[in-house]
Design a protein around this ligand. Structure first.
Ligand code: HEC
Length: 161
């Protein structure tokens, strides 16, 4: 095919794009192992935001716009949670996870916990906008309580040393 240069460019762009999107399609077909990695990394991301905000609440870090953004990150992460439980990948099927199988057997119970975290993190954003460390500390406790409420029910406890 004898294409003008711009046509060739367009063709290679189209080919590149289709290769890229087919790569995405493969990546989307998640197996259990990669789902576990995604989930644990995601949970660590939530924790990182919480730890950084706790430093602000304690007065160890500045209460600036980045802190408000972190509160918004927590709210947004709470919206993503269902994605990390999409593929059944509990410890009845895989090693290296602490997800109890019942998290896939009791969807309504799980939804309740996610709703609670969403409500508390939405409130966290409102509180963060006030830039009052004391109020932030109070609300972070509620957020932490919402995390714990799911962990206590759906995560295998760590063995005591
Ligand atoms: C809907 C239930 C649920 C909610 C809500 C939840 N978690 Fe988790 N979390 C889990 C489960 C289940 C695991 C175990 C994941 C695994 O090992 O596959 C986990 C694991 C973790 C881990 C350990 C990750 C690792 O490296 O193995 C951290 C840290 C964590 N969660 C932090 C949080 C924080 C912080 C919040 C709140 C902002 C939160 N989680 C909210 C269910 C939840």
């Amino acid at each position: 095919m004898d294409l003008p240069v711009s046509g060739k460019k367009a063709l290679s762009l189209a080919l590149g794009l289709s290769l890229f999107t087919s790569g995405l399609a493969v990546a989307a077909e998640f197996d259990g192992k990669s789902q576990i990695k995604l989930r644990q990394g995601f949970m660590q991301t939530q924790k990182r935001q919480l730890v950084k905000l706790t430093a602000v609440a304690k007065g160890e870090a500045e209460f600036n716009d980045a802190a408000v953004q972190r509160a918004a990150n927590m709210r947004n992460l709470a919206l993503i949670i269902p994605d990390v439980f999409e593929v059944p990948s509990g410890l009845d099927q895989f090693e290296g996870t602490r997800a109890l199988p019942k998290i896939w057997q009791q969807p309504d119970e799980v939804k309740k916990r996610i709703r609670r975290l969403r409500a508390e993190t939405a409130r966290l954003v409102e509180v963060a906008l006030e830039k009052d460390p004391e109020a932030l500390a109070q609300q972070l406790k509620r957020v932490g309580g919402a995390c714990k409420n799911c962990h206590d029910n759906f995560r295998k406890p760590l063995k005591k040393p």
